[in-house]
Every structure is written in structure tokens, then in C-alpha cells.
Design a protein around this ligand. Sequence first.
Ligand code: LR7
Ligand code: MN
Length: 570
Amino acid sequence: NSYTGKINPIPSENNWKLTGNLRFLEGSNNTSNYDLVPERLRAISPLDVPVRSKDIILTDSDFESIIAEDEKKIVPGLGEIGSPVHLYGEEAKLAEKMIKTEAFNVIVSDKISLTRSVPDSRDPLCKDVLYDKNLPSATVIIIFTNEAWSSLIRTVKSVILRSKEHLLKEIILVDDFSDREELGGKLDYYIKTRLPSKVHLIRLPERSGLIRARLAGASAATGDVLIFLDSHCERLKESRKSVLVPIIDVIDDQTLEYFHSNGKFFQVGGFTWSGHFTWVDIPKREIERRGNPIGPTRSPTMAGGLFAIDKNYFWEIGSYDSQMDVWGGENLEMSFRVWQCGGLLETIPCSRVGHIFRSFHPYSFPGNRDTHGINTARVAHVWMDDYKRLFFMHRPDLLTVDYGDITERKEFRSRMKCKDFKWYLQNIYPEKFILDENVKAFGRVRSGTLCLDNLQRNERNEYTLGVYHCHERLYSSQFFSLSNLGELRREEVCADVPSQSADQKKVKMMKCHGMRGNQEWELLKNGHLLHKATGNCLDSMGIQSGDEVFVTQCRGIPSQVWVFDNYEPN
Ligand code: LR7
Ligand code: MN
């Protein structure tokens, strides 16, 4: 067996032997789906697997000694039941250095057993659930590009260890053109010698991005259900048109501690108008609808990485937008598409998957393109109808970007007679605040030459409301709405004057609670913004661009007059 760091594919007989596990692909017949897969990814036959030239020749015994070295690093007992691992001295320093390239602590990961135990983080009620014996079989698809060795192998082993043998048809690893040495020949060798024969590896012939990597995995799958990293098939049997996601537990990026809440609390997926996935509380109406705390819980969107879907339904419902690059956006695309085209997206509370949340991407973005932004522009154009105005208000730069051709996706949408985005907002996500609909006023809020402004604060934290020179155009930082509930608000945060706070007069922007109270304002005929609970008015007296506004006694003076760009008639 040979392997070099070179990634230039040279087909050879030799390589086919290396990846003998790929043989099953010959038998897979996804004829009806196949044309949905981009041409260059279709040719996933053993002979097309990239082959390495022979600069460095590693033999089986070389691999054996490399693997033995890995095993020596493992400290038995460390990290068991998901406990944290702390490093000291030189090792801690080295780890810190490596976190800068890996985005998580590989030194710790290397020390933890590849089959370590994790806590059972499920709601205790889950233990009493009886599952059907006969369930559809599953293909687990794990994609990666230049991932660290030990965490990758631990992922595979945890799937094998925690799945019912007869339900796990196969695991398909899709290598999105990694160029790390250890993911080359060593991985082939490891799979061949250390993992069950149902573990297969697909090598993509070029860097394809996670969307096309998943498509490649899906096109090779032979199981009934596709699982992108988890196994919860029982529900799929009842309802074929469901996309199911687990509760995602957090594995700490520094200590690899497996965190979990008390088993009962979890959130579902939302989105921001700037095109990002967010977590939101389960709406009251949904808690009532699902009845049982461990029942499938509808989610407006999903995080994207971990889900299960009926294989045929995956193709029927439009698989993925294969023109999306590298990373980002495909999760909202799939979420909107599934709901708008008649499917369901549900969280299965008894299903848990841990995930290492990294603070940056340890892999390259070819061309340094903002793939998240560009992919999301595609989502906006295809799925969001007029509501894309709100996305592009946040990202005017993307209005002119080349986002490629979307004809096929639009054709899919009309062929499938998918519902529009308004329907989605009204029926699937009625809690979502629409900045310029069903509000009393919206846009810039002007007092002289100054406008209310978030002053670029991080809106996840509380901040004090300020003003800035009015922009010529309406940008997100100056977009405020006066809602029908009387909130002076932005997408998630509301102007609040805390009744007990020490600096009574400042206005805090904090999470909207929807209960009026300290977040209720009234727009008076004279343009004053009256804070109902304190009876004071919003004032810009004596302040400059960049300063904070305040509330004070209402006095009919110009600094208390605020003019919105738009007022709703009524
Ligand atoms: O070009 C690439 N090719 C790849 O194969 C880029 C990435 N990848 C692989 C990568 O090696 C990894 O295995 O794709 C996988 C996901 O990449 P991450 O781990 O960098 O992504 P993430 O966890 O930061 O991002 C989340 O959002 C993404 C949007 O495109 C994807 O949907 C990810 O799968 C998704 N991850 C999750 O949903 C896990 C839970 C996180 C949350 C919330
Ligand atoms: Mn991830």
C-alpha cells in the first residue's frame, strides 16, 4: 500500500485495493436520484477514488506503528462519562497553540479513549419508551474536510457503539478532498483493519464543500433512511415526510467535557433576517400541540449538521442546492424548503448528539469567498419571496454578488407547488417578528440629524440605546419598529426602561418579552415617544452622534420629537 501527501489523483489499480470497502457502490442503484447529483460527483466508483502517487511509501507495518503510537497517547479513564480534561504546564501551552489551527483541543481529544462513555442526557421519560423491532435500516453519512484524526474516529466509533447492529446498514465517510497525511493511507488502513466492513469511504476528487459532500454520500447510500450523524428511525416509520433532528449537546472545545442540560430543557431552530440560524424557545402553542414533553417537537428551522430523513424523501424533497459552496446557508434552505413543500421538521427529544462547537473553521474557504452570504442570497431569491427585502437590507453588499444560476431550484419550487414564504411565516413561525409588517411605524427614527442606532453593539447582550448621524440609506443598524404591542424594537431586542435600575433615565435594549410592562411605548400625536410605565418621554437633548438617549419628563420640546421613516395607516 502506498500513500503520499500529494493529492493529485492518478487512477491506478493499486488504489482500488486500498479502498476495497467501496465495492458496495457498484450495487447501489439510485437511478432515479442520480441525475440530481452534479455530474462530476456521480462517478463515485472505486476507480475514480483519488490515488496518491508514490513519493512516500508507507507499508502496513508503518501504519501499525503509527496506530500504536496513537494508542500510547490514550490515558485510560480520562474523559469518561463526558467529564472534562484539563492540561497543565508544557502540554497546556502546546494545546493552546494547536487550538489556533484546529479550533478545538486535539491534545485532549488524543488522550481520551475513542470509545469513551458519555452521560445519558435524555429526559428520564425516554427510558420507558418501547421502540419497534422492525425499523427501516439506516445509512449514516459523515462528511469531513481536514478534520482531526481522533475526533473523527471517535465519531465513527460512537455511531457503531450506540446503534442497534441490525438497523445500521452502513456508515459512509465522505472525504471532501482533505490533504492531511493521516487522512490518506492511514485512514484507508484503519478502516480496513480496525472498523467493521460496513464502514465505507468516499474520496471526492476535488474540494466540493459540505453540501455537495453530503449529496455524494446520499447518492451512494443503500439504507432506507439517511442519517447525517444520528440514529432515530422509529419516527420515520410513522411519518415518512419528516426531517428529524436530535437535541444537540455541547462538547466543550477546550476540555471535551460533554455538557447537557437536565434532560428536559431544549430549544428549537429559528433564523434572523440577516440569514443566520438561531436557537429559540419552543413556542407555547407547540408545547400544547405536542402534548408530551418527549414528543416530536416542530421546529421552524434546523442547525443543519445532524438529521435523519427517509432516503427517497430526501431526493423527492429536493436534496440540496448543489450549487452552494463550502459551508453555510444550506440549513435554512432545507428548513424553508421542507416546510414550504409539505414536509415536517421535528426535534426528537429522546435523541441526543454531542457536537464540538468550534469558534472558527479549521479548513480553508477556496477563494476566501463569503460562502455563507452567497449561499444565503440563493436561499433568499429562491424561497423568501418579497421577504428577501429584509435579508438584503442587512446585506446590501450581496445584491450585486454573483450567486450563480437558480433556475433549477425555482423550477423545483414551482413543480412541487411549494407554498410561499408568507405561508411559512404565518403557519410555521408566527412568532417571528417581521420588522415592517403589522407594526405602527418602522424605519429610521429621527430627531433632527440624529437617528436611533444600535451603535454596532452585539445584540445578544443587553446594551444602552444610542443615536448616530442618520444614514443616507436605511441600514439595519438604524432600523427600528414600533410594534402593535407598543414595543420600540429591533428584531430580537426591545427598548426597556427598568423601573428599579440605578440610572433610571437610560434606555436598555434587551430581549423582548412581549408582556408590555417596561417595554411599552406610545407614539403621541406630537411625535413624542412616551414610555408608559414611567410616564417619561424619549429625549435627545444635548447629545451627539454616538451618545446614548434617555427618557425624561415630557415637555413638548423638539428634542423629544421623533420621526419614523414609515407609518402604517390606521
Ligand atoms: O468544505 C467543507 N467540506 C466539508 O466536508 C466544509 C466542511 N465540511 C465538513 C466538516 O469537516 C464538518 O464535518 O462539514 C462538516 C460541518 O462543518 P463544521 O463543523 O465546520 O460546521 P458547523 O458545525 O460550524 O456548522 C453548522 O452549520 C453548517 C452550515 O453550513 C452545517 O450545516 C453544519 O453541518 C452545521 N453543524 C451542525 O448543525 C452541528 C450542530 C451545530 C449547531 C447549532
Ligand atoms: Mn460542526
